[in-house]
Write a protein of this length. Structure first.
Length: 82
């Protein structure tokens, strides 16, 4: 059984199960990989003002048609920033 915070408890004694060094190493490697990916993505997007593909409408405009919203350029720009 586990609680909402992600702490696993033993089935026999209901004591928290301690984290192993290999699990901690795996999690730190994932964190490092994600950090490098985000830095690379921001390095590419920042000079383009976070708009990789140019659109006919400005990003801060509220005047979008339905076709503008579902265009592949608009969707990919939103995906890259999210």
């Amino acid at each position: 059984s586990s609680c909402l915070m992600g702490i696993d408890f033993g089935t026999t004694d209901m004591e928290p199960i301690h984290t192993t060094l290999s699990f901690l190493k795996t999690q730190m490697m994932k964190l490092g990989r994600d950090y490098v990916s985000i830095v690379a993505l921001m390095t590419v997007l920042r000079p383009r003002k976070f708009e990789y593909f140019e659109l006919e409408i400005t990003a801060d405009s509220m005047d979008h048609s339905l076709l503008d919203l579902i265009s592949w350029r608009h969707i990919v720009n939103n995906y890259l920033v999210a």
